[in-house]
Ligand binder design. Structure first.
Ligand SMILES: Nc1ncnc2c1ncn2[C@@H]1O[C@H](COP(=O)(O)OP(=O)(O)OP(=O)(O)O)[C@@H](O)[C@H]1O
Ligand SMILES: [Mg+2]
Length: 250
């Protein structure tokens, strides 16, 4: 058996008196698509922030590719191969699709930082390659702010891919996107993962998406990880049935 790419050990986080994650432990095998589900406030986003060290854990460990990365600076974690997808920041809204991917490529190439404007064609081949992965290669010069919402989500993913992740974490990647586009996006994410043996962890509320696109599902409730299993196993879970499925399966 190969080592899991990610191993989380007894992660706790307190916000004052609020115990947002409670002794959360789990592993994710390399190449898997893992969904994290649970009601609002269950601690899903906090857990992802602890894994990427955007929030420091109160206690516990994060082991990534066999290395203890607990407490490592978030940008160093990115260089180790773990990227969390962000919804586009306002800063990047005024830039073109092309520039939004060029910036992380400049960072990943670790070249000397150049104040803008950089040459238009700088790193062009690789930038276009990342945009092609998400189907945005024909929209290089469009301003990010004017893209459709679905295309903005695709651009988010391209920006994350430009950091060459081995593990890609997505917090509700299809939120706010129409159903058909949400399915296309999730299929794209899954295909990308399987093609490049990139592990994916995604948070999602829509159970149709979760059951269709996850290899395994982990369930959080009140900060506790209460179950991990395949879609078929999780469909049988008593809490999931009550909370999500109204006891009425399929
Ligand atoms: N920075 C913070 N300061 C104080 N409390 C916080 C902070 N971040 C999260 N919390 C609290 O921790 C708990 C877990 O929040 P979290 O955002 O992780 O939930 P979630 O499962 O992602 O919910 P949702 O499905 O609504 O996104 C909530 O009670 C939330 O109010
Ligand atoms: Mg959340």
């Amino acid at each position: 058996m190969s080592e899991p790419i990610l191993k989380v050990e007894k992660l706790n986080r307190f916000f004052g008196a609020l115990h947002a994650t409670k002794d959360v432990s789990f592993t994710v095998p390399e190449g898997q698509v893992r969904a994290i589900i649970g009601p609002n406030g269950a601690g899903k986003s906090t857990l992802m922030d602890l894994i990427t060290n955007r929030t420091a854990p109160s206690s516990g460990k994060v082991i990534f590719r066999g290395e203890d990365i607990t407490g490592l600076a978030p940008e160093k974690i990115v260089h180790k191969g773990m990227t969390k997808c962000f919804q586009i920041s306002k800063l990047f809204n005024n830039l073109t699709v092309y520039e939004n991917v060029q910036i992380p490529r400049i960072e990943m190439n670790r070249r000397t930082f150049r104040p803008f404007p950089v040459r238009d064609t700088y790193l062009k081949d690789e930038v276009v390659r990342y945009l092609s992965l998400v189907g945005l290669e024909d929209k290089l010069n469009e301003t990010a702010a004017y893209l459709s919402y679905g295309d903005q989500r695709r651009l988010d993913i391209a920006i994350a891919l430009a950091m060459d992740p081995k593990l890609l974490i997505l917090d509700e990647p299809a939120a706010g996107v129409a159903r058909e586009e949400a399915y296309k996006l999730m299929q794209l994410i899954r295909d990308l993962g399987k093609r490049q043996n990139m592990t994916i962890i995604f948070i999602e509320h829509d159970m149709d998406i979760v059951f269709n696109y996850a290899d395994e599902i982990s369930v959080l409730r009140d900060g506790e990880l209460i179950a991990t299993g395949t879609p078929d196993e999780i469909k049988e879970n008593a809490y999931v049935q009550e909370a999500y499925l109204g006891g009425d399966l399929d």
